[in-house]
Design a binder for this molecule. Structure first.
Ligand code: CU
Length: 195
């Protein structure tokens, strides 16, 4: 009887241990479920994971299909990234662009957005005008018709994913970060729409 009691206690202890573990795996499951839901949302849609860094460049953490990079830069978060020069897309291709700002500086000093401009837009003029438009998330109100799509202005540790279709017309479309000074510092690139 003593040994049965001991066995019972052991079984109970085991049950508690498993119970605790079960709780953990349940919360892990909950996390992975929301991950699955995100994956479902983006099913078959190419997502370009852009990062904005204090050196005022659009960068990626790893090679991605159709994303063309040049230099590498080590950001303030200690990670080394590839500087993005251009992104290729097919006419009308459904795309998602995620932009994450990895800065630890205050938003007033280091925010980033991604603004894709209509073909033939003077990207420098747009950026200069937008630098004055603090109250409109640094998008020049009188040039909003030149913007195909854009993220909001993101402070450090913020990210946003936008969904859109690449334009039907082939060509080289400018995208910029319109935070003051960032276009001039090189926070820009081309969405190359080609067959
Ligand atoms: Cu920026």
């Amino acid at each position: 009887m003593k040994s049965i009691n001991a066995l019972f206690t052991l079984a109970l202890a085991f049950l508690f241990a498993c119970g605790g573990g079960g709780g953990d795996s349940q919360s892990q499951q909950a996390e992975s479920t929301s991950g699955d839901q995100q994956a479902q949302m983006s099913q078959d849609v190419r997502t370009i994971n852009l990062v904005g860094i204090d050196q005022m460049k659009f960068v990626v953490a790893e090679a991605q299909d159709g994303v063309y990079t040049s230099d590498t830069l080590t950001a303030s978060d200690g990670n080394t990234y590839f500087v993005v020069d251009s992104i290729a897309a097919a006419p009308g291709e459904e795309l998602q662009v995620e932009l994450e700002n990895v800065s630890s500086l205050p938003p007033s000093a280091m925010s980033h957005n991604f603004a894709l401009l209509e073909l033939g837009t003077d990207a420098r003029a747009f950026s200069n005008a937008s630098a004055q438009a603090k109250d409109n998330e640094y998008i020049a109100p009188d040039m909003e018709d030149k913007v195909i799509t854009h993220t909001k202005m993101l402070g450090g540790d913020e990210s946003e994913t936008i969904s859109f279709n690449a334009p039907d017309q082939t060509g080289r479309y400018d995208y910029v970060c319109s935070f003051p000074g960032h276009y001039a510092a090189g926070m820009r690139g081309k969405l190359v729409v080609q067959e």
